[in-house]
Design a protein around this ligand. Sequence first.
Ligand SMILES: Cc1cc2nc3c(=O)[nH]c(=O)nc-3n(C[C@H](O)[C@H](O)[C@H](O)COP(=O)(O)OP(=O)(O)OC[C@H]3O[C@@H](n4cnc5c(N)ncnc54)[C@H](O)[C@@H]3O)c2cc1C
Length: 385
Amino acid sequence: MISNNKYDYIICGGGASGLLLSNALISDSFFDNKKILIIEKEAKVDNDKSFSFWDNESNILDRIVFKSWEKAEFKDSEFSSSFNLSPYKYKMVRSDRFYSYMKKKIDKASNFNYLNATVKDIVRNSNQNYVKTDLGNFECSIVFSSIYEPKKYNFKKYPLLNQHFLGWTIETNNYTFDENKIRFMDFSIEQHEETRFMYVLPFSKNSALFEYTFFGGDVIKNSEYEKEIKKYLKNEGIKDYKIIEREKGVIPMTCYPFFNDNTDNFIKIGTSGGWTKPSTGYTIKNSIEKIDIIIKHLKQNKPLSKLKFKNRFWYYDILFLDVLVDSRGKGSRVFSDLFRNNDPLLLFKFLGEKTNIFEEIRIFISVNIMTFVRSLLKRISNFSV
Ligand SMILES: Cc1cc2nc3c(=O)[nH]c(=O)nc-3n(C[C@H](O)[C@H](O)[C@H](O)COP(=O)(O)OP(=O)(O)OC[C@H]3O[C@@H](n4cnc5c(N)ncnc54)[C@H](O)[C@@H]3O)c2cc1C
């Protein structure tokens, strides 16, 4: 049990963003004299998810990457494209390794305390914050919160599209994968009036993750995802296999301005802060980049309310989400147009928000522009209501 209840910083939630932020604070001697508490309600030992991302530089996760790939493939029912990812690499980190690696660093840091408890409330005042938990109450100057509470928000003006997925990691007996190539998206599967694709990560010549993914409203029964994975494996000619791991999840895709909740001494981080890229669901690389900005901000003693994380890509994403929401089974066409008409590396650069405006114009004219114009007009009328 923790005796001291006064801290400089409290991090609520010790998942991906809370642990990445802890790591960044531990790695910078500027924060050595700050007393920091991180509060997490779960044990955080299992491989409950895998974190994948693409990158053309090294980052903190490189030390614990489980596998990286240099080639990728995009498919739909009429078209397929295989390409080298260089200068990018697609990387995957297992969460069990991630949690234990980060936890060890926290345990070693003398200015950090880790508490397994449930945060019940965060009371915000202009000078001091109070974090109430089932194991006691704590006081601090700054709170970073990754606790995601979607029920508190009204998503009427900002559509919320959930990315649902269920994946099987399988081991095959007589089937050999190309272990250097990921299948980024395969839209050749039945769309069921939604946007659905298969995502495949081969880990070795005889093991791979097959993840059935769709953008939609409601969760479907596990048996429905599994039926689709079985069908896909059969079509691929994979008959003799055993399932060695399962992953299931929902990632919220929305442009809701969560950052409006931030104050000078309270900031939302991770998915709860809107760091999930609304058009793709990728979060982990974004989190590393946003944490870098927060660290610089803290060192300059600037108020956290100034951090809005809203750039022109936010506007592109909102239109893209509107198009997907209205697409009624035709969302895959947007992705197909993108991959058919562009250099895939430019798309990875664009999705990573590193393109310039000229590159972005090239991408916009490669898709059915009228779909986006209609969505823009609808969006303008939506905002003016
Ligand atoms: C199955 C799955 C796979 C994913 N794969 C990828 C991927 O490949 N690439 C990618 O970029 N993104 C991926 N994501 C999206 C995103 O990266 C992850 O969801 C990531 O974990 C988000 O980090 P976070 O810190 O916002 O949330 P979390 O990691 O969920 O952390 C929030 C933490 O807060 C804790 N918590 C909640 N309420 C309380 C409370 N009241 N008191 C104390 N603690 C609390 C939770 O237990 C949790 O540990 C995936 C998501 C899922 C669900």
